[in-house]
Design a binder for this molecule. Structure first.
Ligand SMILES: NC(=O)c1ccc[n+]([C@@H]2O[C@H](COP(=O)([O-])OP(=O)(O)OC[C@H]3O[C@@H](n4cnc5c(N)ncnc54)[C@H](OP(=O)(O)O)[C@@H]3O)[C@@H](O)[C@H]2O)c1
Length: 287
């Protein structure tokens, strides 16, 4: 893999909740940015052809949704992977697809970093994402100024595979935690205790978390504007169940939450925030 030029051109693939905000941060930091998304966006840097964008860019950042999105886009840009480029996966995908990306990049002599992240819509907006970065140290160091435009922290991982596994296992905790928070909120409210009182008690308790501070107020207000969508948390639950199964492990808590999310997704609620898990207790789901 060749060294990047001093002002590399950066391609952002996937202008969803996170990719659109990271593209804005990169532009604001003075980087040369081009963007592509499956559905066209009214941005001056938008390129409708992913292959053309890959061809003219040095660093390819992937903020796509899931395994099909990443595999389809990889197929479109594969002819343009070369030693002059680095492909960076930021999507939360399964282990098999992570390994495929690594193999395809190696075969093309292209640099590869697997850098899934944590931090939601507001963290992306404020440049406060935390990247789990698995790949060659020299590749990470070349990319550091680019990642820092949207990062609060970059945590190096031993390998690309480890970055995906850590991203998935930490999402397991978030999915089960929000289910637990929703149950705790509903029981407390049913007995006349306000969300504020519950939240104050949680935050003084060892079970307190940033997630509780974000999700208890929004669930109490029945505000399910998406920061991280139910459909995305559902696919992550399936990827982590696959990891557990490969290790011969059962994960009863996650399986239960995954089934709840699948039922809500089947009702057409997949693009709401995953905290819509709070609506499964009654018939008050948003229309
Ligand atoms: N939001 C969060 O809080 C958060 C946190 C951590 C990790 N992540 C992960 O980061 C990634 C992006 O998250 P996000 O919240 O920005 O997702 P999102 O809002 O759902 O956006 C997904 C993007 O993928 C594209 N896409 C979907 N299916 C596609 C397909 N078959 N082919 C090509 N493109 C396709 C969409 O394109 P169009 O919209 O143009 O159709 C969109 O640009 C996901 O893997 C997610 O799990 C998100």
């Amino acid at each position: 893999m060749a060294a990047l030029p001093s002002t590399p051109s950066i391609a952002v693939f996937g202008l969803g909740i996170i990719g659109s905000r990271v593209a804005d941060l990169l532009c604001a930091a003075g980087h040369k940015v081009g963007t592509w998304s499956r559905s066209p966006r009214p941005r001056p840097d938008f390129e409708p052809d992913p292959a053309a964008l890959a061809e003219r860019s040095h660093v390819l950042l992937c903020f796509l949704k899931d395994v099909p999105a990443v595999r389809e886009t990889l197929a479109a840009i594969r002819p343009h992977l070369s030693p002059a480029k680095i492909f960076v996966n930021h999507a939360t995908i399964d282990l098999e697809t992570t390994q495929l990306l690594e193999k395809e990049c190696q075969a093309a002599g292209c640099g590869f970093l697997n850098a899934p992240f944590t931090g939601s819509k507001m963290a992306a907006q404020n440049g406060r994402l935390v990247y789990y970065a698995g790949g060659e140290t020299s590749t990470l160091e070349q990319l550091r100024p680019i990642l820092e435009a949207s990062a609060q922290q970059i945590i190096p991982m031993e390998s690309a595979a480890h970055a995906t596994i850590i991203k998935l296992t930490t999402n397991l905790i978030s999915a089960c935690t929000v289910q637990a928070l929703a149950e705790s909120l509903r029981i407390s409210q049913a007995h006349g205790i306000s969300a504020d009182t519950l939240l104050a008690a949680i935050q003084g308790n060892a079970c307190g978390s940033v997630l509780a501070g974000m999700k208890i107020p929004s669930m109490a207000a029945e505000d399910y504007d998406p920061h991280f969508s139910l459909s995305n948390m559902l696919k992550d639950s399936r990827y982590v169940i696959d990891l557990a199964t490969r290790a011969g492990l059962n994960t009863p808590a996650l399986r239960c939450v995954s089934d709840q999310m699948a039922a809500l997704n089947d009702q057409g609620l997949g693009e709401f925030d995953f905290s819509i898990l709070n609506s499964q207790f009654s018939s008050d789901q948003p229309q």
